[in-house]
Design a binder for this molecule. Structure first.
Ligand code: NAI
Length: 468
C-alpha cells in the first residue's frame, strides 16, 4: 500500500513532520537507521548534554556556591557513573516518548537505512541486509548532520582520547586537562560540563571571539565570565594538527595573523569545529536530487527539492543547525504536503547556549544592523540592578534590546544571564507580532523576576529604565 509521506530520519525535524502530517490525516512512515528515534538531538546531542549540564551545575553549586547563601559544610563527591546513568535515563524517556507518539498517531516506524530511489520510491535496508521498497506520494529528507572535523586537518576521532560531542558526553573519567578545538556552542557547553567536574579546560578558537556570529558585546562579556570560572582561551589560533601523544593527545596551533606554532598536550581533545549535512548513502545523486556548493540539499522557499514530491528540511538544508528550526520546518512541510500554507519565520529563531549563565538571542545583532546600514537604538539593563538576581546571587549579565530608530519595532534581543534561555521567548513572541520596545516596556512583568530586566531594557530603548 502506498504512503502519503515517507520521512527519512527521525530527528526533531523528521519526527515532528511525521506527527504533524499524521495529525492532518496523512498516512505516514518514518525510516530510521538508529535503534531509537529522536536523531542526534535526543540520542547524542541536545538532550543528553542538557542532562550533564544540569547535573554538573548542581555539583559545582554544591561544591562552591552554597556558603554565600549560609549553607555550610557541603562537600559533594562526584559519582560520574550515576551522573551518566541520569543522562541515559533522560535519553531513554525522550526516545520512548517519540515511539509512543508514533503509535498514538498511527505512524509506521521502519527500522533500517533509507535510500531515495527517485520520485515516490524509497528503499529500506535493515541490519540483516534485507531490502524492501516502499511507495509513497511524498518523501521528506530529514537526515540531519554529522561531525565536520577540522577543515583541512586530518583528525582521527576515536571517541575516547580524541572525541567529538558523541564521546564528549560519555567520558569514563574526568580528564585532568581537556582541550576544546572550537569556541562555538558545543565547545563551550561541553567544556563547561567537564570544567565544573574538575577538568582544566583550554579552548582553542580560530576567530578573535567566542560564539562567532553572536552579538559582539554579549560574546565579550560572556567570555570574561567563563574566564572567571577557570576556562582558558587561545583566540585567533588556527589548529593545524591533532595527534595522539602517549596516553593523551597533542594539539598544534598557530596564530591566524602569522607566527610560530605552539603545541599543548591534554588527556582528552574535543573536536567541536562544526557539523556538516548528512547525505551519505541516500542515493541523492542517482535520484537526481541537487545539492548546493556546501553539500546541503537544495530547496526552494517551499522546502521542495528539484525532484517533484521530494522535500528536505533541518540540518541537511540551509539555515542554522538548530533542533527547533528543524521542528518548525517539519510542521511547515507537513502543512504544505497536506495542501495548507506552511511557513517558517527565519527572522525570529531564538538561539540559546546552555552554559551558566546562559546566552540567548533572537533577531539581529548590533553588528548585523550596522552592516546592513539600519538606523537603530539600543537599550541595556544589567542583572546587578535586578532584585531577584541579587537574591539568587545571579547578577552576572545583562539584557540588550535593539529597535528600529524610527518605528521602534524590536529587531533583536540579546541576553546573557541566569535563565536567559527561558526569558528570550517573550522577545520572540513580541517580534513575531511585530512589537515595539514600548510594547515590551509597557507590558506588566511580575515582581520580582529576572524577566523584569527584559522590560527595563525595553524601557531603556524607548525612554529610560526605572531602576537605573
Ligand atoms: P560552531 O560552528 O558553533 O563552532 C565551531 C567553531 O570552531 C567556530 O567558532 C570556528 O571558528 C572554530 N574553528 C573551525 N576551525 C578551526 C580551527 N582549525 N582551529 C580553531 N578553531 C576552529 O560548531 P559546533 O560548536 O561544533 O556546533 C555544531 C552545530 O551544532 C552548530 O550549528 C550549533 O548551532 C549546533 N548546536 C547548537 C546547540 C544549541 O543550540 N545550544 C548545542 C550544540 C550544537
Amino acid at each position: 500500500m502506498a504512503y502519503d509521506l515517507i520521512v527519512i530520519g527521525s530527528g526533531p525535524g523528521g519526527y515532528v513532520c511525521a506527527i504533524k502530517a499524521a495529525q492532518l490525516g496523512l498516512k505516514v512512515a518514518v525510516v530510521e537507521k538508529r535503534q531509537t528515534y529522536g536523531g542526534t538531538c535526543l540520542n547524542i546531542g541536545c538532550i543528553p548534554s542538557k542532562a550533564l549540564l544540569h547535573a554538573s551545575e548542581m555539583y559545582s553549586h554544591a561544591a562552591h556556591g552554597m556558603e554565600a547563601l549560609g549553607i555550610d559544610g557541603l562537600k559533594p563527591t562526584l559519582n560520574l557513573a550515576n551522573m551518566m546513568a541520569h543522562k541515559d535515563a533522560t535519553v531513554k524517556s525522550n526516545v520512548d516518548g517519540v515511539s509512543f507518539l508514533f503509535k498514538k498517531n498511527k505512524i509506521d516506524g521502519i527500522q533500517g537505512t533509507g535510500k531515495v530511489l527517485g520520485k515516490g520510491k524509497v528503499s529500506v535496508t535493515n541490519a540483516a541486509g534485507e531490502e524492501q521498497v516502499l511507495e509513497t506520494r511524498n518523501i521528506v529528507i530529514a537526515t540531519g548532520s554529522d561531525v565536520a572535523g577540522i577543515p583541512g586537518v586530518p583528525v582521527e576521532i576515536d571517541e575516547t582520547v580524541i572525541v567529538s560531542s558523541t564521546g564528549g558526553i560519555a567520558l569514563e573519567k574526568v580528564p585532568e586537562h581537556l582541550i576544546v578545538v572550537g569556541g562555538g556552542v558545543i565547545g563551550l557547553e561541553l567544556g563547561s560540563v567537564w570544567g565544573r567536574l574538575g577538568a582544566k579546560v583550554t579552548v582553542v578558537e580560530y576567530l578573535d571571539t567566542i560564539l562567532g556570529g553572536m552579538d559582539g558585546e554579549v560574546s565579550k562579556q560572556f567570555q570574561r565570565m567563563l574566564v572567571k570560572q577557570g576556562m582558558e582561551f587561545k583566540l585567533g589560533a588556527k589548529v593545524t594538527g591533532v595527534e595522539k601523544a602517549g596516553s593523551g593527545a597533542r594539539v598544534t596551533f598557530e596564530p591566524v595573523k602569522g607566527g610560530d606554532a605552539t603545541a599543548i598536550d591534554a588527556d582528552v581533545v574535543l573536536i567541536a569545529t562544526g557539523r556538516k549535512p548528512y547525505t551519505e548513502g541516500l542515493g541523492l545523486a542517482e535520484a537526481g536530487v541537487a545539492l548546493d556548493s556546501r553539500g546541503r540539499v537544495e530547496i526552494d522557499n517551499h522546502f521542495r527539492t528539484n525532484v517533484e514530491g521530494i522535500y528536505a528540511l533541518g540540518d541537511v538544508v540551509r539555515g542554522p543547525m538548530l533542533a527547533h528550526k528543524a521542528e518548525d520546518e517539519g510542521v511547515a512541510v507537513a502543512e504544505i504536503i497536506a495542501g495548507q500554507a506552511g511557513h517558517v519565520n527565519y527572522d525570529v529563531i531564538p538561539g540559546v547556549v546552555y552554559t551558566q549563565p546562559e546566552v540567548a538571542s533572537v533577531g539581529k545583532t548590533e553588528e548585523e544592523l550596522k552592516a546592513a546600514g539600519v538606523a537603530y537604538k539600543a537599550g541595556k539593563f544589567p542583572f546587578t540592578a535586578n532584585g531577584r538576581a541579587r537574591a539568587m546571587l545571579a547578577t552576572d549579565g545583562f539584557v540588550k534590546v535593539l529597535a528600529d530608530k524610527e518605528t521602534d519595532r524590536v529587531l533583536g534581543v540579546h541576553i546573557v544571564g541566569f535563565g536567559a534561555g527561558e526569558m528570550i521567548h517573550e522577545a520572540a513572541v513580541l517580534m513575531e507580532f511585530g512589537g515595539s520596545s514600548e510594547d515590551l516596556g509597557r507590558t506588566c512583568h511580575a515582581h520580582p523576576t529576572m524577566s523584569e530586566a527584559v522590560k527595563e531594557a525595553a524601557l531603556a530603548t524607548f525612554f529610560k529604565p526605572i531602576h537605573m
